[in-house]
Write a protein that binds this ligand. Structure first.
Ligand SMILES: Cc1cc2nc3c(=O)[nH]c(=O)nc-3n(C[C@H](O)[C@H](O)[C@H](O)COP(=O)(O)O)c2cc1C
Length: 215
């Protein structure tokens, strides 16, 4: 089996990223980019991001999760703390987040440290979720082997019956992580592969240092 993809090629020409026109605070710039993408482009799920962790088996692993909030402190997503990624983060909190906004020809790559958010905050978000998602989180022991789909469907039915007319409690193994950034790179596709790359790095005094990187 073989497929040659060498002719897949796209020129990026929509935007530019210049030091003179951007904030010197990367969280501010992230907010600007997110707003622009949300307002002017339809990326499907603009808040979908890839998170890479260093696994207990020594391999990095990446998968998509949904960004649910960002503040000046960092980026928050929700998951199962006992999933493969949950265990990986407990063992090594250094993670990498990345966004690829195809329509805007933009990429953002964030290195940072993940830590659990407060139980109160996880409770608040869990309560705001639709009932189906709450039950799903309770049914699924994410990343564990399951015999077949029927086992999950059956468990869902049982929980539906158990909690009929009642509030569904947040499982203790489910909650949020905040990724506090140490480095954020903004990538804007440009013509002739001379893309713009601006990287912000936290220095020892917790100030952001801005540098342009060669594409
Ligand atoms: C668009 C999309 C959004 C997703 N959002 C989440 C999420 O917010 N939280 C989550 O735990 N998994 C989410 N997933 C599923 C993860 O990609 C992954 O399959 C799951 O978290 C188990 O990963 P792990 O076994 O590496 O821990 C999403 C997948 C896709 C494709």
């Amino acid at each position: 089996m073989e497929k040659d993809l060498s002719n897949y090629r796209k020129s990026y020409e929509k935007k530019e990223l210049l030091e003179s026109t951007i904030s010197d605070n990367p969280m501010q710039l992230f907010q600007t980019w997110f707003h622009e993408v949300d307002t002017h482009y339809d990326e499907g799920e603009n808040n979908a991001m890839t998170i890479s962790t260093m696994g207990l088996d020594g391999y990095p692993k990446s998968r998509v999760v949904l960004l649910k909030k960002f503040t000046h402190e960092g980026f928050i997503f929700y998951t199962n703390y006992e999933s493969e990624k949950g265990k990986a983060i407990t063992n090594n909190p250094n993670v990498c987040l990345s966004f690829f906004w195809y329509q805007a020809e933009r990429q953002v790559i964030i290195k940072g440290k993940a830590e659990r958010i407060s139980e109160t905050m996880s409770d608040g978000y869990f309560e705001s979720r639709p009932r189906g998602s709450q039950l799903g989180a309770s049914v699924s022991h994410q990343s564990e082997i399951v015999e077949n789909r029927e086992v999950l469907e059956e468990k869902l039915k049982q929980l539906e019956a158990k909690y009929e007319g009642k509030e569904i409690p947040r499982p203790s193994y489910w909650g949020g992580f905040i990724v506090k950034p140490v480095e954020i790179e903004f990538w804007q596709g440009r013509a002739n592969r001379l893309h713009d790359r601006i990287r912000f790095k936290l220095d020892d005094d917790y100030n952001w240092q801005m540098d342009r990187l060669s594409p």
